[in-house]
Design a protein around this ligand. Structure first.
Ligand SMILES: NC(=O)c1ccc[n+]([C@@H]2O[C@H](COP(=O)([O-])OP(=O)(O)OC[C@H]3O[C@@H](n4cnc5c(N)ncnc54)[C@H](OP(=O)(O)O)[C@@H]3O)[C@@H](O)[C@H]2O)c1
Length: 221
């Protein structure tokens, strides 16, 4: 049995990634803040033949991430793939000249403390699995690479997350643990050949299975 944990698993990209890895035989841990929603998504996936289970954590509370990932590993075994892709809050995206220190607390908890807590919790299990198995996937909007003056919180915090991911890529690459980032410019668009969640999930599968690059970027247009 092999497991992917998706932190920030909703009906869009989270569900598409669950399906893509699920057909490859992965058991899926769906993690978000509301038990009812992750349980409903798990039931939908189960009806399609994918083994999926719902778990609760708030990424702005590092202790809840640690507890939940521990519970996932106890229930489903070591986590082979971790995906960090919660959807940022709208109020993180304010114009630069209106952004105060208080406005940056949420984005930094969400995009920096959360991933650091998650990575620390899953690493021992990935090391136990051995080289060329474990993967850590980060998903971000385009402001991670090109800051936007009206989306200040995500621009600043995504840039920090991108730096963390790149440092992990260097350090963990030496151990055969792949760390990659998918950048999605613009919106996710259902039905679009390049921006449909299933097309984006395919890129995430390729980042995991090919293990040949840090970043894949989808342009905004
Ligand atoms: N949607 C877009 O147009 C777009 C554009 C560019 C990039 N992205 C990236 O794509 C990923 C999201 O994909 P999606 O939009 O299709 O979303 P999704 O997979 O449908 O759902 C994401 C889930 O994140 C959960 N979440 C939000 N805040 C959380 C928190 N504090 N703790 C735990 N879970 C939390 C939400 O569930 P709960 O409310 O139940 O917690 C939500 O269902 C993110 O990495 C985002 O940066 C999205």
């Amino acid at each position: 049995m092999t497991t992917i944990a998706i932190i920030g698993a909703g009906s869009g990209l989270g569900a598409a990634v669950a399906r893509r890895f699920g057909v490859e035989g992965f058991t899926v841990a769906l993690i978000a803040r509301h038990q009812g929603r992750v349980d409903a998504l798990a039931a939908e996936l189960l009806a399609e033949g994918i083994s999926a289970h719902g778990f609760v954590a708030d990424v702005r509370d590092p202790a809840s991430i640690t507890r939940t990932l521990e519970q996932v590993a106890e229930t489903l075994g070591p986590i082979e793939v971790l995906q960090y892709s919660p959807l940022p809050q709208k109020d993180f995206m304010r114009p630069v000249l209106e952004t105060t220190p208080a406005d940056l607390v949420g984005p930094i908890e969400f995009s920096i403390y959360g991933p650091v807590a998650a990575v620390h919790q899953v690493l021992p299990g990935m090391r136990f699995l051995g080289a060329n198995r474990g993967t850590i996937l980060f998903v971000n909007g385009g402001s991670a690479v090109t800051p936007g003056r009206n989306v200040t919180g995500t621009s600043i915090a995504f840039a920090g997350q991108a730096a963390y991911a790149q440092l992990l890529n260097e350090a963990l690459g030496e151990e055969g643990i792949q760390v990659s980032q998918l950048i999605i410019g613009g919106r996710i668009i259902a039905g679009d050949p390049e921006k449909d969640p299933s097309a984006l999930a395919e890129h995430l599968w390729n980042l995991h299975s090919r293990r040949d690059r840090f970043r894949h970027q989808i342009s905004a247009d």
